[in-house]
Design a binder for this molecule. Structure first.
Ligand code: ADP
Length: 175
């Protein structure tokens, strides 16, 4: 599914984010930037050790924020490591922290002069965020950001399953 909002192409696809050729891809990282399973493991495996070396130099990143590194051997130019919240019960600032993880990533992309960025569904794997709620937060945050900030031409969500894609498509139609 693809739509244009405020001159920015907003695209939802099913796929493997490590194959994306956007200027940056976003990693669903942990606050120690230590690597892990899920999309984080896939990005480090595909990109090689240069990404972890850069993460070690940075040292860490608070929940709700993001840092940018080389993309090693990947087809993209940069990896933006965004730290989403672990979902507890929805009453521990999870929505705000998830929105901030997306917003900081978009700000980093613009500051770096990038035109295109691809996100995974942050926090909805090991971190347990209900995907329907996470999709609303993700898409509301991105659409508000592109309304208020110029510079990007493409924002893509790369969803890992057919079901995740359907959930994001429904959330986008409601906006
Ligand atoms: P978190 O710890 O933030 O929940 P996970 O990596 O466990 O991060 O999961 C986030 C989302 O990324 C999940 O929906 C998972 O299915 C998805 N995912 C895992 N591998 C990939 C990949 N290669 N490309 C895109 N999405 C992926």
């Amino acid at each position: 599914m693809e739509t244009v909002r405020d001159d920015v192409v907003l695209s939802l696809v099913r796929g493997n984010i490590t194959l994306e050729k956007t200027d940056a891809i976003v990693n669903a990282a942990n606050s120690r930037l230590a690597g892990g399973g899920g999309v984080d493991g896939a990005i480090h495996r595909a990109g090689g050790s240069g990404i972890m070396e850069a993460c070690r130099r940075i040292g860490g990143c608070p929940t709700g924020s993001a840092v940018i590194t080389t993309a090693g051997n990947l087809s993209t130019r940069y990896v933006i490591h965004a730290v989403g919240p672990v979902y507890r019960d929805g009453r521990h600032g999870e929505d705000r922290l998830l929105a901030e993880a997306y917003r900081t990533s978009l700000e980093l992309a613009i500051k770096t002069g990038l035109k295109s960025i691809a996100f995974p569904s942050i926090s909805t794997g090991a971190y347990g965020y209900p995907i329907d709620k996470a999709a609303e937060v993700a898409l509301e945050t991105v659409t508000a950001f592109i309304k208020a900030n110029k510079g990007l031409s493409l924002v893509r969500f790369v969803l890992f399953s057919d079901n995740d894609l359907v959930v994001y498509e429904k959330a986008l139609r409601k906006l």
